[in-house]
Design a protein around this ligand. Structure first.
Ligand SMILES: O=P(O)(O)OC[C@H]1O[C@H](OP(=O)(O)OP(=O)(O)O)[C@H](O)[C@@H]1O
Ligand SMILES: NC(=O)CC[C@H](N)C(=O)O
Ligand SMILES: [Mg+2]
Length: 528
């Protein structure tokens, strides 16, 4: 689940790069694997800086100095399709037609079909395994159909209609046309979030921002903001004209991904009118009710302890509702990022202990209720339960604000293959025994939906819990996804064992891209 951002400032002499960098810091939790900025400056030229790593590592001062122009877009990547190769870092760029660059959050679920079309019908070269590269090329091919030396807003909107007719899946995007402006659009189910905001300058001019989460807009003074609607697009030109909005595709069932509220988004964001913080408070209330129904009289809880960081809001409310003391029994190392979105399982496992440390005083001789937002692979929960026992806990109950995750997430959250999910083919007692807890208590799906539901949103994308995906998927999509994930994983292990691909080529790796590959326009390398 990536973070995307776009800014156009009215003052044409100003460089927008530093504002994009600061905005990226507010979206870092959405993607830690790669970061990129592209700006558009004089003569309609693009200036790019991107590569693997966190924003602060990729966007060094000297690189930032080279990013000129009063408009630009940014991307924080958490790979969910293809690999984590440097060449798949975004924004993507195509030079024809007009020079387009694009940042994508989400996943396309008809990649095979699109790849075939791009190759056989419109003859466009695809250089990576990324679905986002397919998306930018489909948009470029649609724009090409006008065969004009210059396009206008109407053409761009029509090309987006053509693009949305072809692509299937989840997508919130910010694109930029060289020397022209930035474009935001969101899939017709509104699965992934995207907001638009305005900031009025002292001289009466207006700056514009597009971002994945409201927290960026607020922090940067874009205080007039709203969500882009499902199937809607906006074009913000660099000349200061009033932005134009258009419904480029009729909206379908409005079904934002519920996982944004469970785990992904920052608590201080409001997405599609729903406060992430409030929804997590409500999750704590409902979870407490479920816990009361699930525990017998002799299963007494002495203390509620959150699994930092995301679960803290719900855990606190849960303790209030249960009328049981709340204690921060695990201290989080603030220098370790989110473990779940790390691409490598080995790294995820060792990170849990580096990230969290148990204080014996809060566990010793007590029956503890550990509260987490979700249990995915069980990596965190297994370690956490062991740490609670090592710290002297008598009984360890484990509660999850989300229901059991039993299916793939196919819209931009790399939740692991079904077989790697601890909830796959296991009931709650079996899960408790795998993670070593005395009991596991899960939120019911209807309750979770109730916590997020508002008048305007009645449905949510909840495929990870029930296997029903709002867009449907192309045949073999999941098998293909799992195959590529497994190949990437084996490739990493293969390299970790120091085996050279040149001397010992395994047939299955022949079509897997190396971790660091080069390309012409989308190179992951950057110059100082
Ligand atoms: O079952 P697992 O595979 O371990 O995944 C679930 C855990 O991963 C996430 O935490 P993470 O450390 O990524 O982020 P956080 O600090 O925001 O809680 C999530 O909040 C759970 O704690
Ligand atoms: N998490 C995301 O939104 C990822 C976007 C895109 N599918 C990629 O892998 O780069
Ligand atoms: Mg967590």
């Amino acid at each position: 689940m990536c973070g995307i951002l776009g800014v156009v400032v009215a003052d044409q002499r100003k460089n927008v790069a530093s504002e994009l960098f600061e905005g990226a810091m507010f979206l870092q939790h959405r993607g830690q694997d790669a970061a990129g900025i592209v700006t558009s400056g004089p003569k309609g030229r693009f200036y790019q800086c991107k590569g693997n790593g966190m924003a602060r590592d990729v966007f060094t001062q000297s690189r930032m100095n080279n990013l000129i122009g009063n408009m630009g877009i940014c991307h924080l990547r958490y790979p969910t399709a293809g690999s984590s190769a440097g060449s798949e870092a975004q924004p993507f760029y195509v030079n024809s037609p007009y020079g387009i660059t694009l940042s994508h959050n989400g996943n396309l679920v008809n990649s095979n079909e699109l790849r075939e079309y791009l190759d056989e019908v419109v003859h466009r070269h695809i250089n990576t395994d990324s679905d986002s590269e397919l998306l930018i090329n489909i948009f470029a091919a649609e724009l090409d159909k006008f065969n004009k030396s210059r396009v206008n807003n109407g053409d761009l909107f029509s090309a987006l209609t053509g693009t949305m007719d072809m692509i299937r899946g989840a997508y919130a995007c910010v694109a930029m046309l060289a020397g022209y402006g930035i474009i935001g659009f969101r899939d017709p189910n509104g699965i992934r979030p995207l907001l638009y905001g305005e900031r009025t300058n002292k001289n009466g001019t207006t700056d514009y921002m597009l971002a994945s989460e409201s927290v960026v807009l607020k922090a940067h003074g874009f205080d007039k903001f709203r969500d882009i609607k499902p199937g809607e697009a906006v074009i913000i030109t660099k000349d200061g004209a009033k932005p134009e909005f258009r419904q480029v595709m009729a909206p379908k069932i409005f079904a934002p991904d519920i996982f944004e509220y469970v785990y992904f988004a920052r608590p201080d964001s409001v997405l599609d009118g729903v406060s992430v913080y409030r929804s997590r408070i409500d999750m704590g209330v409902k979870l407490a009710e479920k816990i009361q129904r699930s525990l017998s009289a002799d299963e007494k809880i002495d203390v509620v302890i959150p699994v930092p960081d995301t679960a803290r809001t719900s855990a606190f409310q849960c303790s209030v509702s249960l009328n049981v003391p709340y204690r921060e029994g695990f201290v989080k190392n603030r220098y370790v990022g989110r473990t779940f979105i790390m691409p490598d399982q080995q790294e995820r496992r060792s990170s849990v202990r580096r990230k969290l440390n148990a204080m014996d005083s809060e566990f010793q001789g007590r029956n503890v209720l550990l509260v987490d937002d979700s249990i995915v692979r069980g990596t965190t929960s297994k370690e956490i339960v062991a740490m609670a026992r090592e710290a002297g806990a008598k009984k360890v109950f484990f509660a999850s604000c989300a229901p059991p995750i039993r299916f793939n997430h196919i819209y931009g959250i790399d939740l692991a293959d079904t077989k790697a999910l601890v909830g796959f083919n296991r009931d709650e007692d079996e899960i408790a025994s795998v993670i070593g807890a005395d009991k596991v208590i899960y939120q019911d799906l209807e309750d979770l939906i109730d916590c997020c539901k508002r008048d305007e949103i009645q449905e949510f994308e909840v495929g990870v819990f029930n296997g029903k995906y709002v867009t449907g998927i192309e045949d073999n999509y999941i098998q293909e996804l799992e195959k590529v994930r497994a190949q990437n994983q084996r490739m990493k292990e293969y390299r970790a064992r120091g085996m050279s691909l040149d001397t010992n080529v395994d047939q299955e790796f022949v079509d897997v891209k190396p971790d660091v590959d080069i390309s012409i326009h989308n190179s992951g390398d950057y110059n100082e």
